[in-house]
Design a binder for this molecule. Structure first.
Ligand code: 13P
Length: 250
């Protein structure tokens, strides 16, 4: 099972800047990836197609940061799975904490997005994670259980396990410079692995679980080795080709 190193660029970089960063990244990487690693870039919707077209010869994969769970229709401002596939992307993020907490998406909508995207042929990184208040109230297990159960409530079958990835991103560690410590990460990832077994049975061991939240070139080598950590979802430190390349090579 290859580890996934993913770059979530959030609302940063226009098309020109996206192409420049990806071009620089593939130069640093000599247009090849370390064995046993997959790299996925999530540019903004507006620069997604330009990125995939300009860089179709790189080993990088691309994804969208969000998706709407309908084929087409009167959904102003939204983007469908087929539009994302048409733009040359194969992955999508669902349930990112900024969509849950800033845009106020709930577990039901995140579940609909996850199942519809998978059924439409996109691969999904479904994000879950607790807030600081939830952690301090001792509700980590309950929060992860509710988020994961509802996110994966209606998965299409059959589903190849490599098409579904779960990202654990504690909200208090995102963009704050505070990384969860090793014990926190091991505990949360073990909970997620156990929950995945309840939902998916034996194929749960093949679902990759990524950690995200203030991952940097300095802490990536240690985090990537932890038990049940099958990759990293990187925000701020993925915006510069040099630091993201170091994380890819960690
Ligand atoms: P930072 O790496 O900037 O903390 O962001 C993490 C994240 O939200 C990735 O999806």
């Amino acid at each position: 099972m290859k580890k996934i190193i993913a770059a979530n660029w959030k609302m940063n970089k226009n098309s020109k800047e996206a192409i420049e960063t990806i071009t620089e990244l593939s130069k640093i990487l000599n247009n090849s990836l370390p064995e046993e690693k997959e790299v996925i870039i999530f540019p903004s919707f507006i620069s997604l197609e330009a990125s995939t077209h300009a860089l179709s010869s790189t080993p990088l994969q691309f994804g969208a940061q969000d998706v709407y769970p309908a084929k087409d229709g009167a959904f102003t401002g939204e983007v469908s799975p087929s539009m994302i596939l048409d733009a040359g992307a194969t992955w999508v993020l669902t349930g990112h904490s900024e969509r849950r907490h800033v845009i106020k998406e709930d577990n039901t909508l995140v579940g609909q997005k996850t199942s519809f995207a998978l059924a439409s042929g996109l691969n999904v990184i479904a994000c879950i994670g607790e807030t600081l208040e939830e952690r301090e109230a001792g509700t980590l297990y309950d929060v992860l259980t509710a988020q994961l159960n509802q996110t994966l409530a209606k998965l299409p079958t059959p589903l190849s396990p490599e098409r579904l990835v779960v990202a654990y991103e504690p909200v208090w560690a995102i963009g704050t410079g505070k990384t969860a410590n090793n014990e926190d990460i091991i505990e949360a990832h073990a909970i997620i692995r156990e929950l995945l077994k309840n939902i998916l049975g034996t194929s749960a061991s093949q679902i990759r679980i990524l950690y995200g939240g203030s991952v940097k070139a300095e802490n990536a080598p240690e985090i990537i080795k932890l038990e049940n950590v099958d990759g990293l979802l990187v925000g701020g430190a993925s915006l510069k080709a040099e630091s993201f390349a170091k994380i890819i090579n960690a």
